[in-house]
Write a protein that binds this ligand. Structure first.
Ligand SMILES: *[C@@H]1O[C@H](CO)[C@@H](O)[C@H](O)[C@H]1NC(C)=O
Length: 283
């Protein structure tokens, strides 16, 4: 009984993460249950975060590329990762002038509390092996970029939304499709302000909250994909796990997302170059 009272007291004194990170006020009043759920979750997950950070590999800074620049690992997610990967490939070409072999955008899974299971994270499969959804992950695109060019990529991310909505907002719904952005240090990073500025510069469509891993709402299901809300993740604690080769450089499913064969064939090119896309089942 005493421990329950102590827990309630602790929960009571926690700061609501949504209050702290809104770039603009929530357009609708937040229901009481949701506030409580968020507070409670932030307490529970920070305990889990400490545990996972001790176990998961820290792989946030890549030493250098051919230009000897320091690259950072970041990831961006909003809905299905297929079209998001295409847009970030375009951004790598446009912003950084990268050629095919220099492209680092990869379809990936991130944002869950449970990391990998049996050394892998997989798309939904018949045998339900290491299912990304059950591990709390969402579909994202990971990319390695110079830190000083983050804000240009953040702008490209924010431009994927219309009035805060994704093109697939009402089709692909649920925890697997929630919006998130990850980088080293997460909410403690100076990149947060750049992300919020990028959002303001592109119509101020989005709100931001501190992700604690597997961020579901109390109601769960489709409800866990909150429109206009982006979770900011600490990629040191919640790294991205590359998706299967068959999800890489894939056509989007919306009209006009039938990409070129040259684009699609990049998946085979990187596999031939020896890149490891894991050992998840094909179906
Ligand atoms: C990357 O950012 C730096 C610093 O803002 C800038 O000087 C440089 O031009 C940017 N690179 C590209 C390719 O935009």
């Amino acid at each position: 009984m005493l421990s329950i009272i102590l827990l309630l007291l602790l929960v009571f004194f926690l700061v609501d993460p949504l209050e702290a990170w809104n770039s603009r006020p929530f357009p609708f009043p937040q229901p009481e249950w949701q506030k409580v759920a968020l507070q409670r979750r932030s307490f529970l997950s920070s305990a889990t975060a400490m545990l996972t950070s001790a176990v998961l590999p820290v792989d946030s800074v890549v030493a250098s590329d051919s230009d000897n620049q320091n690259l950072i690992d970041v990831y961006f997610g909003c809905g299905c990762f297929w079209h998001v990967q295409h847009e970030f490939v375009e951004a790598e070409r446009k912003i950084l002038g990268r050629n095919d072999e220099q492209l680092t955008s990869r379809a990936a899974y991130a944002g869950g509390r449970l990391g990998m299971k049996d050394s892998k994270v997989c798309y939904h499969n018949v045998a339900q092996i290491s299912d990304y959804g059950s591990l709390g992950h969402a579909e994202v695109v990971s990319v390695k970029i110079p830190k000083e060019n983050f804000s240009d990529f953040a702008v490209e991310y924010c431009k994927l939304f219309r009035n805060g909505m994704r093109p697939d907002q009402w089709g692909d719904r649920g925890l697997e499709y929630r919006n998130l952005v990850g980088f080293m240090g997460g909410a403690g990073s100076d990149l947060v302000m750049q992300l919020i500025e990028a959002s303001k510069a592109t119509g101020d469509q989005l709100d931001f909250a501190v992700g604690r891993g597997g961020d579901a709402t109390a109601k769960g299901g489709a409800d866990s994909d909150i429109p206009r809300l982006v979770w900011i993740m600490d990629s040191d604690v919640y790294p991205a796990f590359v998706a299967e080769n068959y999800h890489q450089f894939h056509d989007g499913f919306m009209f006009g997302e039938d990409y070129s064969n040259a684009y699609n064939s990049l998946a085979q090119m990187f596999a031939k170059l020896g890149e490891d896309f894991g050992k998840c089942p094909r179906v």
